[in-house]
Design a binder for this molecule. Structure first.
Ligand SMILES: C[S@@+](CC[C@H](N)C(=O)[O-])C[C@H]1O[C@@H](n2cnc3c(N)ncnc32)[C@H](O)[C@@H]1O
Length: 279
């Protein structure tokens, strides 16, 4: 078995009530199944609100920008259109397939380089990247300290001396209320004429420090109904905790921001953004 295959095997734990084994999901699990719905759901939530921030951050970078977890290219493509040289890394073949479709339709700017890989082991040379960006909580897909440490170590390896590492943590995860099989969206129109209902359950596992989303998408077109159920797991990491880990990996925080306009980080912050420099 290769190292990666070993890492990919889900660990399991016993439930308190029944003592039966339940597989523990890793942070990269679920994204292949989510891919068909990601852009559709996202257009109804965050949309493109963070894109101008990433455009400003990358505008003056001289050299390639590395995006951790580029997904369907939601952020990658507007940057590429604006002429930013960008390398997007993602582990999900299905998410990347959508990004690649966008690249095929691209008519301006610079075509991004898309690489299927795990961000815990970046397939890039040492000190080759002047800026690394981690939008929209991708580092919260690393659901334990070992995985986060491995990733920060590798980011520190690939970024140039004095290079920038900018990241966003999704601010509302730690306080997300728990619920079971709530209909979050009902019968909403999707491309191709189908209608989608999203049924969602959320659990806070305070022992593991993770928030678990069980999602079921029900898509109806005429008399055909298709159901897709999967689980996404995110680490509920605070800004101070992340700052300590960044410092240990050789980064110095230069700015803490609470929104995409550069506002201060406070209790009501809509986003937790850290801009750090390799020391
Ligand atoms: C929240 S999405 C962010 C996507 C995109 N950057 C955006 O803002 O829309 C997370 C992405 O990270 C990817 N991902 C999660 N864990 C990963 C890992 N260990 N290595 C590489 N990609 C990972 C998933 O496949 C998914 O596409």
């Amino acid at each position: 078995m290769t190292k990666r295959a070993r890492a990919a095997r889900p660990r399991s734990s016993r439930t308190a009530k029944t003592g039966s084994r339940v597989p523990q999901k890793e942070g990269w699990h679920g994204w292949d199944d989510y891919a068909d719905f990601y852009d559709w759901e996202n257009a109804r939530t965050l949309g493109q609100r963070d894109v101008p921030f990433w455009l400003r951050m990358t505008a003056a970078v001289d050299g390639p920008v590395l995006e951790l977890g580029c997904g369907t290219g939601r952020v990658t493509m507007p940057l590429a259109h604006a002429g930013v040289r960008i390398v997007g890394v993602d582990r999900s073949a299905e998410m990347l397939a959508r990004a690649r479709r966008r690249v095929r339709r691209q008519r301006r700017g610079v075509a991004p380089t898309l690489v299927r890989a795990d961000i815990r082991a970046l397939p890039l040379p040492d000190a080759s990247i002047p800026m690394v960006m981690a939008p929209y909580g991708i580092l919260q897909s690393l659901v334990n300290d070992r995985d986060l440490k491995a990733t920060l170590k590798d980011v520190a390896r690939v970024v140039e001396p004095d290079g920038i590492f900018a990241l966003e943590l999704v601010a509302d995860l730690p306080a997300w209320g728990e619920y079971s099989r709530k209909v979050r969206m009902r019968g909403q129109r999707a491309p191709g004429g189908s209608r989608i209902t999203l049924i969602e359950s959320v659990r806070q596992d305070r022992d593991r420090g993770v928030t678990v989303f069980d999602q079921e998408f029900v898509e109806t077109l005429g008399r055909t109904t298709r159901r897709r159920a999967f689980t996404l797991t995110f680490r509920t990491l605070t800004v101070p905790a992340m700052l300590r880990r960044l410092a240990a990996a050789g980064f110095r925080a230069e700015a803490l921001l609470g929104d995409y306009d550069g506002g201060p980080l406070g209790l009501e912050a809509e986003a937790w953004i850290i801009v750090a420099r390799r020391v």
